[in-house]
Design a protein around this ligand. Structure first.
Ligand SMILES: Nc1ncnc2c1ncn2[C@@H]1O[C@H](COP(=O)(O)OP(=O)(O)OP(=O)(O)O)[C@@H](O)[C@H]1O
Ligand SMILES: [Mg+2]
Length: 171
């Protein structure tokens, strides 16, 4: 009963905004605006195919979070987790090579997600539901054509939704 109620509450407060970007720069710019709104404890799940723009969006988010331009932001394919210094710590996770939940536990993803930074997760399709639920921002990226991406942002944060809606209005 309690569980159901809390689930209902969550799904009611999450809303969706869809935006189309027409260039890599626009996706980066969206990321940067999103990054500016994020605070400690916000976790971002990125879902989408190879080349859909997850890393590019992460680069924008990191800059928006104050990660200096001389810090290289790239997919942590071999290390799985990169940490960047921003106005709060930024953890960049890529689950492409993860094959089971034990590996996630070993990585300490649980602690990171409950910590004082922002965790950005590429290939969040691989997250078990209980982890995915702890991501209050979900971004789904779809390739429309070589330059166009459909980006669907789901969040319980009004600030986040507003940033995306404002960009849509400008287009
Ligand atoms: N509108 C757009 N938004 C984002 N990327 C775009 C767009 N148009 C073209 N691109 C190109 O698509 C590629 C996106 O690459 P990126 O590494 O960000 O994808 P990814 O989702 O992280 O892929 P992977 O799953 O391999 O990690 C880049 O080469 C970028 O230049
Ligand atoms: Mg990537």
């Amino acid at each position: 009963m309690h569980l159901n109620q809390s689930l209902m509450y969550k799904s009611e407060t999450r809303q969706k905004v869809t935006i189309f970007t027409g260039s890599p720069e626009q996706t980066f710019g969206l990321g940067k605006k999103l990054g500016k709104t994020l605070r400690s404890g916000n976790n971002v799940a990125l879902l989408g195919n190879l080349g859909s723009g997850k890393t590019l969006l992460t680069q924008g988010i990191a800059r928006g979070l104050g990660v200096p331009g001389n810090v290289y932001v790239t997919s942590p394919t071999f290390t799985i987790i990169n940490e960047y210094p921003g106005r709060i710590p930024v953890y960049h996770v890529d689950l492409y090579r993860i094959s089971d939940e034990d590996e996630l536990i070993e990585l300490g993803l649980d602690e990171l997600m409950g910590g004082d930074g922002v965790v950005i997760i590429e290939w969040a399709e691989k997250l078990p539901v209980r982890f995915l639920r702890d991501c209050n921002i979900k971004v789904e990226l779809r390739v429309i054509d070589s330059e166009t991406r459909k980006i669907i942002v789901t969040s319980d944060s009004e600030k986040v939704l507003k940033v995306v809606s404002n960009l849509v209005d400008q287009n």
